[in-house]
Design a protein around this ligand. Sequence first.
Ligand SMILES: [Zn+2]
Length: 579
Amino acid sequence: MDHLEEIRARMGIEELVGSYVQLKKAGRNLKGLCPFHNEKTPSFMVSPEKGIAYCFGCHQGGDIFKFVELIENVSFNEAVKILAQKTNVTLPQRMPELNNKRLRSIEINQWSVQFFQEQLEENHAKKEYFLKRGLAEETIKKFKLGFAPDSFDQLKNYLLQKGFEPRELIDAAVVSQRSIADKNSYDRFRDRLIFPIFDHQDNPVGFSGRIMGDGEPKYLNSPETPAYNKSLVLYGLNWGKESVKEKDRAIFVEGYMDVIAAHQAGNENTIATCGTALTPQQLKLIKRYTQNIAFAFDQDSAGREATFRGIELAQMADVNIQIIRIPEGKDPDECIQKNPGAWKNALENPISVMDFYFDYTFSRFDKQTMEGKRQIMDFLLPLIKLYKREVEQGVYLNRLALELKTDVRLLWNDLRNTKIKTYPGIKTERETKPDERIFSREEFLLGFIFTYPETYKTVAENLIDNVPFDTNTERFYNLLKKVYTLGSPINMERVLSELTEEERENVSIYSLLIDEKYPDFPKELAGKEVGKLIRQINRKNIDVIKRDYQVKLNASKDKQDAKLLLNRLMEISKLEQRI
Ligand SMILES: [Zn+2]
């Protein structure tokens, strides 16, 4: 037995979690208060059967190893060591299989980085884009920027020639499969500028591909892979660690170009999350280097919301927060290009969290209307009340009075009757409300298949799955494909053994989701529920397929081509009538 399995056999998830959290029985699972976010009603579920623990509030969790990683803030290897000690399992000196997949993916990424860089050198017109946006040659080299040619197999063939297996290329996600019915794979990034993403140890873990003209998505990102854990990676940190330490401050921006432009301008302590919201793990990572962080997010409503959430998280992580108000342009990149002096000045004069709340409130509510004035006061007065001294309260009350064109004495009166409320950014005990992650219908469907394997047949026979490539549902179809290939009757043990570690974890979470959302659900109803889900997904997929063909039809110049597409469209319309 391999030692990971041995550890798993000796340490039940309920025993492990139970040593940190008080658990109560809930059907065949256990429930408790989540150790990863502040809450009063338990949403942390533990499934001894599936061997996982997961929070339906903040969506953190996983198997015993993941749980230790999260709660002790250690790497996977360290978590294995901790658990080996707890269970008296002796680990071999070297554990190559532990991160073999990860290492292979990193190796593939390294070659891909080189390939994309070579392509950029050969396509001067593409390189021109970076140069026009103000990047110096050496900056392009330092960030290993590249270009993915408009080809379905150039990178794939390049990597196959280097001796990698097709399966490994899919694991590393440089190559994708269109649909579960399709055995062919092809280059994920085509005709896009490439920003390689490195972890803080300088390993290339993923890519972001920016489209050149119009088109969607503007940035195509690698999904999570054995090498790429998005909640752990901060773009720019590999080049900026020293600078963060030296300046004792990390500046968070939104985009890749913002990071690169800031580094080029000399602010190498600038980093970004990679197309996701800031996570507690990223904050823990940055705390190794500094206790001071500043948010310099875009000056639009999305940027303000990101700042708002960032403050909340940062407050929980107990770091000092500053806000940088971007003076010119909508983002740091634009500001640095148009007016580097203003950018430098903004960095030197950050605003406080309270200043930000003033900005935030006035951008959200209309101070011209009575209703708006009331909302602004409801939001700000409890915050002002948190200040202990009247002098401090007075500063903000005067400012509020000025903005609302009202008498400050009235505000003092209101303040006396205001109850202290809790807000992020001001230190008080409070319950945090994490973002509600909405599970997709596809994820629910997978949950059903794995909880009630007999529903698999209905899915196999009725689901329209030849949808055009879509990153959001890609993971789902990849999983389903594995189930399909193994055929009916579905053998769960075998399917699970074919899945990657991460896929297995996701599947467990999806089936735990069914336990959570459908408690005491009678087995007989599962088929009905699955039928409903299939109809909904089919309707959505048909829309996607139709739109895809319509676009192709409009663009096609060849008569023969157009005829073929038209036939396909008609077939789809028939299909549509059937469901
Ligand atoms: Zn939680």
